[in-house]
Design a protein around this ligand. Structure first.
Ligand SMILES: O[C@H]1NC=Nc2ccccc21
Length: 230
């Protein structure tokens, strides 16, 4: 998978050089590149924003630099992802969908966002998706893009060493993950649940399922299968 990220803070994505994503980049499984939007400006101040038509606080990102950057980076099959609080909420099914794509281009907006004409222009020729991380306010799209790149990349075969570890995870089966334990069997007077030491795989699977349902019911009842809209 190829991933292009356009941002005014390209060094923000240096962190992608480490850990699993870094290894996958090295092995060619992932081709992730961060680009500085200002490379597509031509004035002395490398201007990327201006005051909003209609007035109001804040600044809006100008369409020209975005047009030049996206013309340079988009391929016909690319999905243009615009992190935005006005977008669909990013979920594990979204991550799974996007992990099947060949090319993702993230347009990270700052300030009050990107001139709407950029989104409308590319929607005529490409699949464009506005995606929100959730109902809270960030200063720009970079943190959202980072979260999405990690959630999507780890689903690509070969990126995460043991694919089985992708299955028993929170939200993979639609429920929250059961609690996990490792050695020592006793710690500060607390014992590991005995069933986990029993070697009875059927009982262990049942215990884990019960804990997963219990936790989901307590913390995220909206995820339960019979919940409306689940
Ligand atoms: O305001 C944030 N809320 C959720 N997602 C976002 C994505 C990009 C920019 C800003 C946000």
């Amino acid at each position: 998978m190829r991933v292009d990220i356009v941002t005014i803070f390209p060094t923000f994505f240096d962190v992608l050089d480490i850990s699993l994503i870094g290894k996958a980049r090295g092995s060619g499984l992932l081709d992730i590149r961060a680009h500085d939007l200002r490379d597509w400006t031509h004035d002395r101040h490398r201007t990327v924003d201006d005051t909003p038509y209609g007035g109001g606080a804040g600044m809006v990102m100008k369409p020209e630099p975005w047009g030049e950057a996206l013309d340079a980076l988009l391929t016909p099959e690319a999905v243009l992802i615009v992190p935005s609080p006005a977008g669909e909420v990013f979920t594990q099914p979204t991550a799974r969908e996007l992990s099947a794509e060949a090319h993702l281009v993230f347009a990270c907006g700052r300030y009050e966002g990107i001139d709407q004409r950029v989104i409308d222009h590319y929607a005529q020729s490409h699949r464009v998706r506005l995606i929100s991380l959730g109902d809270y306010v960030l200063n720009g799209g970079e943190v959202a893009a980072m979260a999405m790149v990690e959630a999507v990349s780890r689903l690509i075969p070969g990126v995460v060493g043991n694919p089985a570890s992708l299955v028993e995870e929170s939200h993979e089966d639609g429920l929250l993950e059961y609690p996990s334990y490792t050695k020592p069997a006793q710690w500060r007077g607390e014992d590991v649940p005995p069933v986990l030491l029993s070697g009875n795989h059927g009982a262990i699977a049942q215990w884990r399922r019960d804990r997963s349902l219990e936790r989901t019911e307590r913390v995220r009842p909206d995820l339960l299968p019979e919940a409306p809209g689940a």
